[in-house]
Write a protein that binds this ligand. Structure first.
Ligand code: GDG
Length: 493
């Protein structure tokens, strides 16, 4: 039985008497206008891939923020619409946020406080009392919508990420009988860092409303437990990795998130990916002799500046690659309203220009950068073509691109993954070439080593990594979380 079937089987047999509600900031389906016609799409992302099949089987509900006018126009007066639109199986309940709520809760508190606070990337959080007020208010909105959807009987509410840290506690306070799980998709910092947050106690208490709290790796769990020990009068049960606080117990466990490995392998042969591959080759004027690829949201945690510095150093140190090596970078712009992100985009553009000016010729540019969102088939095409994939994050909860790259390397000449030690993925993907992205010389050397690695070694490492990811795919992640939740709830899910 595949992990996907095992997950569906678990939901069908073990969760059958329970209403399942998933809560996340980002919605699994989005509607938009194309002319006067309403079309829909499924935003890319691991969580949607894993939880959509759970809800399809459970016939549950997903609560998320609506975004567009079309989103509003397809929903009923409670904000509900049946999805997937082509074959309705469960409801999506959209929560509507006013402009200033979005500004304070999303841009402000989530992305200018929690994001920099939890990533060691040396960007200072900006604490504003007004953003905190909005964060609290919006978390209440999500929790209220989830409670309505839970109905009066047995229910499991699965909340996601750093946008919704207060939800678990709000849910439990209203309904102590609910099963509540929360997954935190980014790192958890050490207590020294977290203690600068003026609202640290409230955030911790919010998360401790969960029965089960998941992080990607053990290290983040340990940091969380140490933070709780420092900040709250709570009992830490170390051997069970649990916290007892105000008469409740929260289990804290690692669940490394992953990808839909089989689907990626299958999609590689689709006409869309084949067409995109041709298009990219045309754009580059043929396939370069040595191709390095990077795919990221443009974010200061992804180490894009450091990656470009390493490429510069690599070309300086190994001039034999001049005219033969190309770095193709795809950077989807994100959080563009925030000054730190606008500044980063400018910095990257300038760096690319300098490198191309320094080494480029009339017929060859070493760096080609697309700073726009591209389609999923295009991402697969880029990754599949690469001789090396550069994942240089300064700090990353997991990093799915690393896993996606490995899944795309199905041919007889697999490429090499260069992977930052500061990603969660580094713990599992031990046959990648590890780097410290701050060490520019070391990264430049890793690029050379990756490009010159003998075929036999590339094949051995890649097949090992593929087996690892195939065995630990996104469905297993969801199944393990549900199984653990059922265990802590003593079978009462
Ligand atoms: C957070 C945590 C954790 C990127 N550009 C395009 C595009 N992508 C896709 C990638 C990948 C996803 O977006 C990015 O996932 P990552 O895991 O690499 O990074 P974050 O967005 O920071 O995600 C992270 C993750 O949550 C899950 O828990 O791993 O640590 O920070 O799937 O392929 N997809 C498309 N066009 C693009 O231009 N279609």
């Amino acid at each position: 039985m595949s992990h996907r079937e095992a997950l569906q089987d678990f939901v069908r047999t073990k969760v059958k008497a329970t209403r399942v509600v998933v809560v996340s900031n980002r919605q699994p389906y989005m509607h938009t206008y194309e002319g006067d016609r309403i079309i829909w799409r499924r935003p890319a992302g691991g969580v949607v891939v894993a939880l959509d099949p759970v809800l399809r089987v459970a016939k549950g509900c997903w609560v998320a923020a609506g975004q567009t006018e079309a989103d509003r126009n397809v929903t009923d007066e409670d904000g509900r619409v049946r999805v997937p639109p082509e074959d309705p199986q469960y409801s999506l309940r959209r929560v509507w946020l006013a402009k200033e709520q979005e500004e304070g809760y999303y841009n402000g508190f989530s992305n200018e406080v929690l994001w920099p606070l939890c990533h060691t990337a040396f960007t200072r959080p900006i604490f504003r009392a007004a953003d905190w007020q909005h964060y609290q208010g919006v978390n209440r909105l999500f929790a209220d919508a989830a409670l309505k959807e839970a109905g009066p009987g047995r229910a499991l509410i699965w909340t996601q990420d750093y946008h919704l840290a207060l939800c678990p506690q709000l849910l439990k306070a209203a309904r102590p009988d609910l099963s509540v799980a929360h997954f935190w998709h980014i790192p958890w910092p050490n207590p020294e860092v977290f203690r600068i947050c003026p609202w640290r106690r409230e955030l911790l208490e919010g998360l401790l409303g969960s029965d089960l709290l998941g992080f990607h790796i053990r290290y983040h769990c340990d940091n969380f437990l140490a933070t709780v020990a420092n900040e709250l009068e709570a009992k830490i049960i170390t051997d069970q990795s649990a916290v007892q606080y105000r008469g409740r117990t929260t289990l804290v466990r690692p669940f490394p998130i992953s990808i839909d490995y089989h689907r990626i392998v299958q999609d590689l042969d689709s006409p869309e990916v084949v067409e995109e591959t041709r298009r990219i080759e045309r754009l580059l004027g043929g396939r370069p002799e040595f191709l390095a690829v990077g795919v990221d949201r443009i974010d200061y945690t992804k180490g894009i500046v450091e990656r470009l510095q390493a490429i510069d150093r690599f070309l300086e140190r190994y001039p034999r690659y001049l005219g033969r090596f190309v770095y193709l970078g795809v950077g989807a712009p994100s959080r563009i309203h925030l000054p730190a992100y606008r500044q980063l985009r400018g910095e990257i553009a300038q760096q690319v220009e300098e490198i191309n000016w320094k080494y480029g010729t009339e017929t060859w540019q070493p760096v080609v950068l697309f700073d726009q969102q591209v389609s999923y088939p295009r991402v697969l095409a880029y990754l599949a073509m690469a001789d090396v994939c550069l994942v240089t994050a300064l700090h990353d909860g997991m990093n799915l691109v690393a896993k996606e790259f490995i899944a795309t390397q199905q041919g007889e000449e697999p490429g090499v993954l260069i992977l930052s030690r500061f990603t969660g993925a580094n713990r599992e993907l031990t046959e990648a070439l590890p780097i410290n992205p701050y060490d520019i010389e070391g990264s430049a050397e890793a690029i050379r080593q990756g490009l010159e690695m003998p075929r036999e070694e590339r094949v051995r490492r890649c097949r090992w990594l593929q087996e690892q990811i195939r065995d630990h795919d996104i469905y297993r992640w969801a199944l393990e979380m549900l199984t653990e939740l059922r265990r802590v709830r003593r079978g009462r899910l």
